[in-house]
Design a binder for this molecule. Sequence first.
Ligand code: SF4
Length: 401
Amino acid sequence: MTKTVNELKSQLEYIKYSKEEEHKYSEGVSQLFDLATSYIFDAEKAYRNGKNAVWTAAIWEAPFIYASDFIPVSYTELGRLVSSDVVRIAENQFQLPAETCSMVKAALGEWHLRKGGINRILGTSGGCEPFNIALEILKGEGYDVHYIDTTYRSPRCSQGEYEELVKYLMNQIKTAVRWLMGSELDEQRLGAELRLRNQAMRKIRRIMELRLNAPLYIRSLPTMFMLMGSGHYFGKPEDYIDMLDTLLAELEKESRKTNTDRYVPLVWSGGRGQEFGVYKSIDDANGSILGWVIPTPYIRDYNEQLPPLESLARYFLDGQTAGSVGYQIKAVNEQVKKVNARGIIFYGYIGCSFSGIQRELLRDHFKKNGIPGITLEGSFQVGPPSGQLLTRVRAFTEMLA
Ligand code: SF4
């Protein structure tokens, strides 16, 4: 039975509807959503049964975490699946001001509720000040927090300075591994993890190419989950690769028979939105998000000719989009050209002043270059998106049709 965005209330309802109705023909999407919805709970269960696990962003760092025999548990997944009470906890119990970013409040509230479970958090200097303050508060809740200093690569960074950054980051990774394992990094194992991730990213790139010819076979929501999952495999690397193979086989067949004329190709830039009605509104208006500029990288391989630790450090620094809006412009531009985009969606979270400025600079740049964009701000915690957000994104997509 077809449902509209007004009839779906929580993130889990969207996932269920997407799996059982919109993609009932796809075994691959079914596998993907099963992985996504069981991820946090299975990782917590594995931890209770004696397996190592650590909370982390799971954007680029999973290879050295898996190589340390830990499950990387992505805190960005928390906002989707659990209690709607977390923002109230953050505001009342921890006295966070109401205007604090919803991602900070939701994460703090969730971790407070999960006290006594997985108790290690890998933070990063690349996190913003409000988020890192939340991590400091969590130390008082019994969490063991370690920060990895990922540095910023300035656009004017000389080759010599860049090489210093590579060495510095390599040392930071080694220190993080010592914090995790109490022993040294196993580079051979890290090499195997980088090869696995290269394998996954190549499959993803092929899927993204095939989507150009079958834009809504895998709609926006599962595409976002597939891309996010490449940063952590939902804690189950083999199952994740199997799921990609299933999707690939399905798309190889489907992409030969779809008429693409009626779709509006779009690029998504920014946070991986938690308000799933936004994705559905775009799809329902025949928009298709074919290019993604999100923190989880998938467009380049690790250099397997280099020693693994050096390869990981260079991969991170070469792909870093923080430190200058110029990096982001370049990344968005590549996707715009690749998918022949007619518009760009710049997405961020309510209360995030950092990305708010960046979004406006980006939108302005692309508008001057003839590509219209819309800036959206959504919330991080569970619950339906605002009607205004949905109306704006639908109108934007229809305008481009
Ligand atoms: S959305 Fe912005 S304010 Fe919120 S945690 Fe991320 S960077 Fe910080």
